[in-house]
Design a binder for this molecule. Structure first.
Ligand SMILES: C[S@@+](CC[C@H](N)C(=O)[O-])C[C@H]1O[C@@H](n2cnc3c(N)ncnc32)[C@H](O)[C@@H]1O
Length: 216
C-alpha cells in the first residue's frame, strides 16, 4: 500500500515539473476560463481579502488584484515551483506584497489567523487532498463570519462524468485522487457548518459549489 507521505511527495513533484509549462499549456484554456468565471460567482468588494488555496501559478489572485476588485489576495500551494512562478509574475507586474502574496503551504495547515479572509477559492485542487475534512475545517476557521467558500472540482454524478474522471486519473497518472458527487461535497461542507448556497456544473464536467460560513 502506498503511504500518504509518498503520495504527497509524488503530487508535489508532479506540479513542480508542470509549473514551467502550466501557463500557456493546452489545459490552461480551461483553467483561465474557470478563473474568470470564479471571480464573478461571488461578489468581491474593494476591501475584500481573498485566499486561493492550491493556487498553482497564481493567476486567480493576479487577475483579481489587477482588476482592482479587492484589497488583497493570498495564494497558497505546496509546490515550490508553482509558488516561484506565481511570485515572479507578481514581481514582473510590480504588485506590492501588501496586495498580492504567494506562500508555500499545505491546504490542511493554513498559516493565517481565524476569521482572516472574506472569500476562499479552491479551484481544481480539492481532489488531491488526502484529508479533505481537515481542509474544510481549516477553510472554515480562516473565513470571516458570513464569508464565502468557492469550490470548483470535477464531479462524478453520471457515467459520462465518471468516465472523464477515470480518463483524468489515467492521463495524469494519479490513481489516488478522489472525485466526489454533488451530494457528497454538499454533505462534507454541511458537516463542517457551511451552508451551501448553490451548486452548478461548469463546462459539464466540473462543479461549482458556493457555500457560506454561518458560524452563529
Ligand atoms: C491543477 S492545479 C490547479 C491550480 C489553480 N488552482 C488553477 O485552477 O489553475 C492543482 C494545484 O493544487 C496544488 N495542491 C495539491 N495538493 C495540495 C495540498 N495538499 N496543499 C496545497 N496545494 C496543493 C498543486 O500543487 C497544484 O498547484
Amino acid at each position: 500500500m502506498i503511504k500518504s507521505a509518498d503520495i504527497e511527495i509524488k503530487t508535489r513533484n508532479q506540479f513542480d515539473n508542470w509549473a514551467h509549462t502550466y501557463d500557456g499549456g493546452i489545459w490552461n484554456l480551461y483553467f483561465e476560463t474557470a478563473i474568470k468565471h470564479s471571480l464573478n460567482i461571488v461578489e468581491l468588494k474593494k476591501n475584500s481579502v481573498i485566499l486561493d488555496l492550491g493556487c498553482g501559478t497564481g493567476e486567480l489572485g493576479l487577475t483579481a488584484v489587477q482588476g482592482n476588485k479587492i484589497k488583497k489576495a493570498v495564494g497558497i500551494d505546496f509546490s515550490f515551483e508553482m509558488i516561484k512562478k506565481a511570485s515572479s509574475k507578481q514581481r514582473q507586474n510590480n504588485i506590492p506584497l501588501e496586495k498580492l502574496e504567494y506562500i508555500i503551504g499545505k491546504a490542511n495547515e493554513i498559516k493565517f489567523p481565524d476569521s482572516y479572509f472574506d472569500v476562499v477559492f479552491c479551484l481544481n485542487s480539492f481532489h488531491h487532498y488526502l484529508n479533505p475534512n481537515n481542509v474544510i475545517s481549516e477553510i472554515h476557521r480562516v473565513l470571516k463570519n458570513d464569508g464565502f467558500f468557492v469550490l470548483l472540482d470535477p464531479f462524478i454524478d453520471n457515467y459520462l462524468r465518471k468516465g472523464w474522471g477515470f480518463f483524468l486519473k489515467k492521463i495524469f497518472k494519479e490513481e489516488h485522487v478522489i472525485y466526489y458527487t454533488r451530494e457528497s461535497i454538499k454533505h462534507m461542507l454541511e458537516y463542517k457548518k457551511f451552508e451551501v448556497i448553490k451548486q452548478q456544473s461548469f463546462l459539464y464536467f466540473t462543479l461549482f459549489t458556493v457555500s457560506q460560513n454561518v458560524k452563529k
